[in-house]
Design a protein around this ligand. Structure first.
Ligand code: REL
Length: 826
């Protein structure tokens, strides 16, 4: 190319090809060239083309309402740019005439957005049209991208995604301006990011029946409409709908998939709901109504024709929806697939099922199977079949599951990482099942979520992340974290995750409360990491641990109340839902269980204080109910009536435990009151004296695992060391006594990265030969159950000392994935 033509092209591009620049600021004061969203009692007019996808209009209207909440002014919504009006032009490339016109004129940075998944741009454009001075343009690569762009502006203007779902009212402002520049966001780190509404029996279903879909008394289109709006605000796109027997199937109400279509939500089904069929209702209860005959057995080798027909019909019905289809087969609900007893034969049957399902999909949707998004979720017993060497077409996404408690069972090995369908994750923020549920409060920390999912991302699990969110409430903050991470995995890496809640609280309640609420959340997660409130009756604590735990919880409640007093009136309901209820409820649960135990111990020793302590336990029990009545009946004008249940499934932990009685003291009955050990010496893993980590970096990750922090190979190098020769290590000093010393290394209760890997550390005391320990749990075993309840896995060694004094302890981290939390001696 000649120099002169190059210069002409460059000039043309400077004039007509707008380049993206840094993010705009939203300010209350006008700065040069900024765009007035609203000012002087007037709001900019929202403009979108009616030819664009429905979700664009939906987002524009929701945004109009957001502006009204902040300013008191309802912006006009029109479909053509009008002379003299200041517009916010909203639309999708290739679908909005207005946006395409701006693109043609080179007024918006098209190249940075076009053809990308869910990508959007916010840009202030001068003189977009001859008779319009300036416009704010929000345009997306696709309709969801456009909607995300609109809700991104809402968030920047101070409207929380929880504006409706947790009553987070925005702060009123007299003016808001958007600074100049064009900012492109996306594509997201993970393609499909979603939620699974599960175990809805004690919250979402009764509440929806009472307040939202009163005509059908179920979770129906009105509820889903709100769920979908929330999802768009959180930049989520994928749903496994509610599926318990208390709810009729999502597809039973035609309004549900219709609504999903309008909101551009991609539909799916859980691990036991292949091809979008909900079997508990549709096979077990509604088949006869749908087909005029009995379904027969849910067993593929003897009832294939019927089952195929049932799947075929749903695939046909789903033609107009975006969907990621689950393939495979389990029992009607959450059990193994009926069929041959031999695992080999079962595996072969499962392969046949999947082959036939792909044919059904291909014929039903008139596409080649490889072009239809599908997932296979090796959940529980299915993982064992998969591990037998099951053949799975490579375009199917492998959706690896956690162990239901936040630890991912396994990820793709180097061969699996080459699959064209990639892999994804099914992860729990809430769970019903053995060894014990946690359906009430949401207590999983951002640090753990980030550690597990960043690790998954590193091993290429980038196609789909779906989170079991129970009833959505009260997992609001954790869900928002999960979605923010799925959108941008770099933003909240494990080493930064501990800071998330401070930032979240500042955005939700105001800058001035960020630090305090961030600290409250941090403590809340730390305490739950060594015993979720729902698991306390299954965990023993030493007397010292119990006393410390109670003191910490009471301090936390004090801080929560103090901050609560400062929170403005208009955010009180939100504060109760998002901060105070979980903290106070968790504290009361600890008081109930631990005071009850303490009262028995005191009674056994004949101490009359036993009765006062028993009263404290009973008061804590009563408080839990009182707080829940407040949630359901008193806040937000009764809007949440039915959403919160303090004893889902009436598990024993929710009952009032036995406490000391006057009779016990009178008769000096001696009863076992649990563990009364004295406390061990605890050395937090972060307190090492020196570290040697040239080969593989070791790093302290705050908020990960029991205690304040975990020490891990991070950033993860994916290298295992067969011995200690070249492995990274840390050194500690620890006191020992004469004779045998037990040394316990407490670690995150995790799994090896993938089949064939281990989870080993090595320990060497006072220069002795290192002892290698593999702390990997085998899911569903007794030791795994005990580990996940108490919050750690432990490796034990002994050291014989001929004198009392200090010794050196060296710990080598041999495998990626090992996280050390503390070294304890007694
Ligand atoms: O994926 C899950 O977590 C579920 O399978 C379980 O939580 C279980 O099905 C539960 O819903 C009980 O019915």
């Amino acid at each position: 190319m000649k120099n002169s033509s190059f210069i002409v092209m460059l000039m043309a591009c400077t004039l007509f090809c707008v380049q993206p620049s840094k993010a705009q600021k939203i300010t209350e004061n006008a700065v040069a060239g900024s765009f007035p969203l609203f000012a002087n009692g007037k709001a900019a007019t929202l403009v979108y083309d009616t030819a664009d996808a429905a979700v664009v209009g939906i987002a524009a209207k929701a945004f109009g309402e957001d502006v009204r909440l902040i300013s008191g002014i309802t912006p006009g919504i029109v479909h053509k740019v009008q002379a003299g009006v200041i517009p916010v032009i909203i639309g999708t490339l290739g679908q909005s005439g207005l946006i395409d016109m701006l693109a043609k004129r080179g007024a918006i940075p098209v190249a940075a957005v076009k053809g990308k998944w869910e990508t959007f741009c916010l840009t202030v454009v001068k003189k977009p049209f001859a008779d319009v001075d300036m416009a704010l343009v929000i345009f997306g690569s696709d309709p969801r991208g456009t909607a995300y762009g609109v809700f991104e502006l809402s968030r920047k203007a101070g409207v929380s995604p929880w504006v409706w779902w947790a009553d987070v009212k925005p702060r009123q402002r007299s003016a808001l301006y958007v600074s100049t520049g064009a900012h492109v966001t996306g594509p997201p780190s993970v393609q499909y990011r979603g939620i699974f509404i599960n175990d809805e029996d004690w919250g979402l279903q009764p509440w929806a029946a009472r307040h939202m879909d009163t005509d059908i008394k179920d979770i129906g289109p009105n509820t889903y409409q709100k769920v979908f709006e929330l999802m768009l605000r959180l930049k989520a796109n994928y749903l496994w709908p509610a599926m318990h027997p208390c709810t009729k199937a999502f597809w039973y109400y035609p309004g549900n998939p219709e609504m999903a279509g309008k909101y551009r939500i991609v539909l799916g089904g859980s691990h036991c709901e292949p091809l979008l069929r909900n079997n508990v209702f549709e096979w077990d209860h509604n088949f006869e109504h749908e087909y005029g005959q009995q379904p027969g057995k849910w067993q593929y080798d003897i009832n294939q024709e019927q089952i195929d027909r049932y799947w075929r019909d749903r695939v046909a019905a789903s033609k107009n929806n975006d969907a990621v289809y689950t393939v495979g087969m389990r029992g009607i609900h959450d059990g193994g697939m009926p069929g041959p007893a031999s695992p080999e034969k079962k595996k072969a049957l499962l392969e046949t099922v999947i082959a036939n399902q792909r044919e059904i999909l291909s014929k039903g949707l008139d596409k080649t199977a490889a072009d239809i998004p599908q997932i296979f979720c090796p959940y529980k017993e299915v993982l064992e079949l998969y591990k037998l060497g099951m053949k799975l077409p490579e375009d199917i996404t492998l959706a690896w599951a956690d162990d239901n408690y936040g630890y991912i069972r396994q990820l793709s090995d180097p061969e699996e990482q080459k699959r064209s369908g990639g892999s994804g994750i099914y992860y729990h923020l809430s769970y019903w099942g053995a060894p014990e549920d946690y359906l009430w409060l949401s207590t999983i920390s951002p640090s753990l979520i980030s550690y597990e999912l960043t690790k998954a991302y590193l091993l290429q699990a980038r196609k789909l992340w779906v989170f079991n969110v129970g009833d959505i409430k009260p997992a609001e903050a954790e869900l928002q974290f999960a979605m923010d991470l799925a959108w941008d995995v770099e933003a909240w890496r494990p080493e930064k995750a501990q800071l998330y809640m401070e930032q979240w609280a500042a955005a939700t309640f105001g800058e001035e409360y960020g630090k305090q609420i961030g600290h409250i959340k941090k403590e809340y997660y730390r305490l739950a990491a060594t015993g979720k409130p729902e698991h306390l009756n299954r965990i023993t604590f030493t007397n010292a641990e119990a006393a410390q735990r109670l003191a910490d919880y009471q301090q936390l409640v004090k801080a929560t109340r103090q901050t609560g007093q400062a929170i403005p009136q208009y955010l009180q309901d939100a504060y109760f839902e998002l901060v105070a209820y979980p903290v106070e409820a968790a504290c009361n649960m600890n008081e109930k269980i631990l005071y009850a135990r303490q009262s028995l111990a005191l009674a056994a020793a004949g101490n009359p204080r036993a009765l006062t302590i028993a009263d404290s336990a009973k008061a804590a029990f009563a408080n839990i109910e009182k707080l829940t009545v407040q949630y359901n009946k008193m806040i937000a004008g009764g809007k949440w009536d039915g959403i919160m249940d303090w004893h889902p499934r009436k598990r024993p932990v929710f009952q009032m435990p036995e406490t000391a009685t006057p009779e016990m003291l009178r008769d000096s009955v001696h009863i076992s009151a649990g563990d009364t050990l004295t406390a061990p010496v605890v050395i937090p893993a972060a307190d090492y004296i020196s570290k040697h980590d040239k080969e593989a970096p070791l790093r302290v990750i705050e908020g990960l695992g029991p205690g304040k922090a975990g020490l891990a190979q991070w950033p993860m190098q994916l290298t295992s060391y067969s011995d200690t020769e070249a492995a990274p290590y840390v050194d500690y000093k620890a006191p020992v006594h004469t004779g045998e010393n037990k040394i316990t290394v407490k670690c995150l209760s995790d799994f090896p990265l993938y089949t064939g890997m281990k989870l080993r550390y090595a320990i060497a005391v006072n220069g002795q030969a290192p002892v290698i320990k593999n702390i990997a749990s085998l899911a569903e075993t007794k030791s795994w159950a005990s580990n996940i309840l108490k919050g750690y896995a432990a490796g034990e060694t002994t050291f014989n000392s001929d004198k009392e004094g200090m010794v050196s302890i060296r710990i080598y981290l041999l495998d990626p994935g090992v996280v050390i939390n503390s070294i304890e001696l007694n």
